[in-house]
Every structure is written in C-alpha cells, then in structure tokens.
Design a protein around this ligand. Structure first.
Ligand code: ZEM
Length: 291
C-alpha cells in the first residue's frame, strides 16, 4: 500500500512502498550515471551519509544525521566535506520527485541504497529524521583527520559512542571509492574493486607491503607491488595498534563476519542522535535491492 494524505493535517504520510520507490529511483540513477569516477556515484553517496552522521557528539546530543545541516555553507564548506556537493547534486532530482522525504532521511536512504547496490549487506532502514536549520550546523573538526593516528581515531569515534571493534568495522567502507587531490589532497583508491563492498581493505592492509609515497602531496602510503593503491595514516593505525589489529585479522579472514558487523555498525552510525517516534517507526524497513 502506498502512502496517503493524513486526514487531520493533509500532510503526505509515506508507507514502506513509498520508500521503496525512492530506493528504486536512486538505484536507477546509479545505473544510468556510470561515467563518474570508477563508474559509480555509490562511494560518494556512502561518504555523504557517513559525514552527515559522523558529526554526532554523545555528550551534547548535537550533530548526527537528524538535520542534514551540511546543506548550509558553514558545514558544507568544512574541509572534510569537500567534494560531497557531487553527492548532494546527484540526489537533487530525487528530492524534486519525492518532495515529502526530508533531506536527512534521503541522504541515509541513499547511503543504504548505494551499499546494497554495490553488493554489500542488507541494511535495515528507519525513516523519521527531520531537517534542521542553519543554526544546527556543527562546528568544524568533528570528523576524523586522515593525517593522524590511533589516539585521534579513538577520540573522534568514542565521542560518537563507538568502541574499537566498531571503529575497525566502519573503516572497511574504504573498500569503496577513492581519494581525490582536489578534495582531501590525497590520491587513489584503497582496493582494486572500489565499487563493490568486500573485505579487501583488510586483506590488503595485512598482505601488501606499504611504503610512504614519494610525492609533494600529503603523507600517504602506496602498495609496493603496483603503486596504484593507497592507505591513509589513519588506515595504517589499524594495523600498528594491537587492539585494532585483532579485528583487522578477523575481518580479513571472514567476509561473512565483516558483512554482519558492518551492517550492524552502519545502522548504528546512521541512527546516531535520531529521536525515532516510539509509536510509529519502531520496525525497520528492508529495502529490496534491484539485482
Ligand atoms: Zn573515509 N575518507 N574516512 N570513511 N570514505 C575518504 C573517502 C571515503 C577518513 C578519511 O579521511 C577519508 C570512514 C572513515 C574515515 C568513505 C567512507 C567512510 C577520503 C578521501 C578521506 C581523506 C576523500 C576524497 O578525497 O574524496 C578517515 C580519516 C576515516 C577514519 C576512520 C567511514 C567510517 C566511512 C563509512 C562508513 C568512502 C565511501 C570514501 C570514498 C568517497 C569517494 O568519493 O570515492
């Protein structure tokens, strides 16, 4: 059953089928616009959903995906968000076609769609986010800085409420996409299959020999054998820190375990600070992938 106008307010009340329509529209656009980067907008959509969510601060309850405040200049212009305008522009026609969905719900739905369409695990979806105004923009510096190490990673992710295992599971998202010199300054992809969700990131971290790249850009690693892959200083911290490395070992060995833990931790990330309505939206929606 499709949604209908509320009898009391006249506002459109969407049903599961309406969210599936939004999903199908994004999936079709992903198929259609295949001349971007490595052939997909999928990775940058995942990054948009992550940066919308990763501003959360558990002490103050500020930030998180409930608000979509990256629409506004102060937050959209934060260095960490460079390039994400490509993802927001990609979703503009979807928002125009389904004006009832909030930007906050749309960005997270798009992240889930991208993960599933790139052959990743099923991610349960709960709508209910409300867009906030410019006053709710978060201060710069809440997202991780790739030039740093294990202490910084713990500082950033503990603030959101994650533990060491969850930090490593979330980092597996770097199987996807690439760094762009005109965005972060770093360059290149982490894996040979940057548009497919796999546990390759962990395997490469452990099995490749990583050297400092000799160039004028920011300090990053390159693989010894092909010099075409990269790791950030924060990625290498996951193997130099013993508590992190035990999880890298586990996820490199067992893709099924990685998929299960990644689905759980991404769900938690995407729901940080979202006050779901107790009465209406307790049951998550499973959105059906196209393939
Ligand atoms: Zn990323 N990430 N990230 N990340 N990330 C980049 C790209 C992507 C860090 C980071 O500094 C960078 C998580 C965690 C962390 C993705 C998803 C997730 C880039 C390259 C940088 C520099 C940006 C560019 O130049 O375009 C750091 C320090 C992290 C701390 C652990 C988490 C968690 C993610 C999701 C769950 C994705 C998908 C990309 C690829 C984007 C693209 O455009 O291809």
């Amino acid at each position: 059953l499709s949604g209908s106008a509320s009898e009391t307010t006249g506002v459109f009340v969407p049903k599961q089928e309406d969210y599936q329509k939004v999903y199908d529209d994004i999936a079709a656009l992903l198929q259609e616009k295949d001349d971007y980067d490595d052939g997909s907008y999928g990775p940058v959509l995942v990054r948009l959903a992550w940066h919308a969510s990763g501003t959360y601060d558990k002490e103050t309850g500020t930030g998180g995906s409930n608000g979509a405040t990256m629409r506004f200049a102060p937050e959209g212009d934060h260095g960490a968000n460079a390039g994400l305008v490509a993802a927001r522009d990609f979703l503009a026609p979807v928002k125009a076609k389904f004006p009832w969905i909030t930007y906050s719900d749309l960005w997270i739905l798009a992240g889930i769609c991208a993960i599933q369409e790139m052959q990743g695990p099923t991610i349960p979806y709960r709508p209910g986010r409300m867009d906030k105004d410019i006053a709710a923009c978060t201060p710069d510096g809440r997202l991780p800085d790739a030039s740093q190490g294990n202490k910084h990673l713990r500082g950033i992710f503990y603030r959101m409420g994650f533990n060491d295992q969850e930090i490593v599971a979330l980092s597996g998202a770097h199987a996807l996409g690439r760094c762009h010199t005109d965005r972060s300054g770093f360059d290149g992809p982490w894996t040979f299959s940057p548009t497919v969700v796999t546990n390759e990131y962990y395997k490469l971290l452990l099995n490749e020999k990583w050297n400092w790249k000799k160039w004028n850009g920011p300090k990053q690693y390159e693989d010894k054998s092909t010099k075409t892959l990269m790791m950030l200083p924060t990625d290498m911290a996951l193997v130099s820190d013993k508590a992190f490395k035990q999880w890298v070992d586990k996820y490199a060995k067992d893709e099924g375990l990685f998929f299960k833990d990644f689905a759980a931790v991404i769900t938690k990330l995407f729901e940080l600070g979202v006050p779901f309505d107790e009465t209406t939206q307790q049951t998550p929606i499973i959105l059906k992938p196209t393939a």
